[in-house]
Ligand binder design. Structure first.
Ligand code: FAD
Length: 366
C-alpha cells in the first residue's frame, strides 16, 4: 500500500560530489535545502564513494584543481606534488556539505523512481525503505562505484586463485608474497600496480598499450582538454580531445614503479586456467590473485520503474542542460561521465553540468 508521501519540489539521489554540486546550485537559485529540495544518500556517512576507495589512493590532480563550485579544496602540499590523498577529499566533501547546510538525509537507499499518473500534475514518486517523496523533478547523482564492471573471460570460474575488483581493493598487504595479475590501463590499475609490485610478483595486462601522460602533466590537462573539446564541438570545430594525450597521470608512486621497471604491460590474456592465465598462443603464467581494474558502469538500478530505454547501459540525455532524460523530462542525470557532461565524473568537471541542471530544474518549477 502507498506509504506516507512527502511533497518535495526536487529530490536529488546521491550526495557524492555530483549531488552536492547540484545542491549547491539549487540553493543558489533560491531553493531551500531540506524543504524545496531534499538530497537522499544510501551511505552511513558523507563523501560519496571516496571513503570506500583504498586508503593510499591519490587524486590525479592538485587540490586547487579538484574543487567543487563555491569553495576551493584546501591546499595539500606535501612531497606528492600536491596530489591529495583520499582522506583529504573525504574531509573536503564532508565540510562542503556542512558549509552549505545541504541537510542530506542518510542512510536512505532509493529503491525506485516511478511515475505517479494518478497525481494531478504528474509527480515522480521516489521510494526508500517505506518512505516516499512526491517530486516534481528528480536528479539522479548515484555515481558508478556500486556498479563495478567485470569483463567475462573463459575459465573465470575455474581459476583457483582470488579475484577482486578495484572496489574490493584496500591495500597491498593482502597480496604480499603472491603472484598477482593487475588488469587494466587506467589510473586505478597504475596506482594499484605501483604499490602491489613493492610486496608481490606482479604481471600487468592491458587490452592496448598503456598511455602515460608526460611527467609534468596531470589531471588538469585532462579537464581543460575535455572542456576545450566540448567548446570546439559546440562551435562546429574539430577537436581530438584527450584521445591523443594519454590516460595515466604520473603520480609519484607510478613514477617510482617506472624506476623499478614495473610499468611494462603484456597484451590481454585470452582465458583463465585453474592456476593462472593463458594466451591464445598457448603460453600460460601462474597467478595467485587477479585484480580487475576494469572500470565501472552507471548505478541506475533505482530508475528501472521508469522503463527508460538505455544504450549500452546509458540513458539518452539532452535538453538545455545536457542532463535531461529524453524519455522522462522530469529526470536529470548528473556526474556519470562525458555522456552527462564533459569530465562530469570528476571533482573539477562536475560543476558546469550541475549548474546547468539546477538552472533547468528551477526554470521548469517556476
Ligand atoms: P559517488 O562519489 O559514487 O557518489 C554517489 C553517491 O550516491 C554515493 O554516496 C552513494 O551512497 C549514493 N547512492 C548510490 N546509489 C544510491 C541509491 N540508490 N539511493 C541513494 N543513494 C545512492 N575524479 C577526480 O576528479 N580526480 C581523481 O583523482 C579521481 N580519481 C578517481 C579514482 C578512482 C579509483 C575512481 C573510481 C574515481 C576517481 N575519480 C576522480 C572520479 C570521480 O571523482 C569519482 O568517481 C567520484 O566518486 C564521482 O562522484 P559522484 O558524486 O558522481 O559519485
Amino acid at each position: 500500500e502507498r506509504v506516507a508521501e512527502v511533497e518535495a519540489g526536487v529530490v536529488v539521489i546521491g550526495a557524492g560530489q555530483a549531488g552536492l554540486a547540484t545542491g549547491f546550485y539549487l540553493q543558489r537559485a533560491g531553493l531551500v535545502p531540506g524543504s524545496d529540495f531534499v538530497i537522499l544518500d544510501a551511505a552511513e556517512g558523507p563523501g560519496g564513494a571516496w571513503p570506500r576507495t583504498w586508503p593510499s589512493l591519490r587524486l590525479f590532480s592538485p587540490a586547487g584543481f579538484s574543487s567543487l563550485p563555491g569553495w576551493m579544496m584546501p591546499p595539500w602540499d606535501d612531497a606528492a606534488r600536491g596530489f591529495p590523498p583520499r582522506d583529504h577529499v573525504v574531509d573536503y566533501l564532508t565540510r562542503y556539505e556542512e558549509r552549505y547546510d545541504l541537510r542530506v538525509q542518510r542512510p536512505r537507499r532509493v529503491e525506485g523512481v516511478a511515475r505517479d499518473d494518478e497525481s494531478p500534475n504528474g509527480r515522480l514518486i521516489v521510494t526508500s525503505g517505506g518512505h516516499a517523496w512526491a517530486a516534481q523533478r528528480v536528479v539522479s547523482a548515484t555515481g558508478t562505484w556500486d556498479r563495478p564492471f567485470w569483463p567475462t573471460y573463459p575459465g573465470m570460474r575455474e581459476f583457483a586463485g582470488r579475484q577482486v575488483h578495484t572496489v574490493d581493493y584496500q591495500g597491498p598487504d593482502d597480496f604480499a608474497g603472491q603472484r598477482v595479475v593487475v588488469v587494466g590501463g587506467g589510473n586505478s590499475a597504475a596506482q594499484i600496480l605501483a604499490e602491489v609490485s613493492v610486496v608481490a610478483d606482479t604481471t600487468w595486462v592491458t587490452t592496448r598499450p598503456p598511455r602515460f601522460l608526460p611527467d609534468d602533466v596531470d589531471g588538469r590537462v585532462l579537464f581543460t582538454t575535455a572542456r576545450a573539446r566540448i567548446t570546439a564541438l559546440e562551435e562546429g570545430r574539430e577537436h581530438s580531445g584527450v584521445a591523443g594525450l594519454g590516460d595515466i597521470v604520473m603520480v609519484d608512486s607510478v613514477k617510482d614503479a617506472r624506476e623499478r621497471g614495473v610499468l611494462h604491460s603484456l597484451p590481454m590474456f585470452s582465458r583463465l586456467v585453474p592456476n593462472g592465465i593463458g594466451w591464445a598462443d598457448g603460453t600460460t603464467r601462474d597467478a595467485d590473485a587477479i585484480i580487475w581494474c576494469t572500470g565501472f558502469r552507471p548505478a541506475l538500478r533505482h530508475l528501472r520503474p521508469l522503463r527508460l530505454r538505455t544504450e549500452r547501459g546509458y540513458v539518452p540525455v539532452g535538453g538545455a542542460s545536457g542532463t535531461q532524460a529524453l524519455e522522462e523530462p522530469r529526470l536529470h542525470l548528473v556526474g556519470y561521465g562525458d555522456w552527462t557532461g564533459p569530465a562530469s565524473a570528476t571533482l573539477a568537471g562536475v560543476g558546469p553540468s550541475a549548474r546547468a541542471t539546477a538552472v533547468a530544474v528551477v526554470g521548469d518549477l517556476s
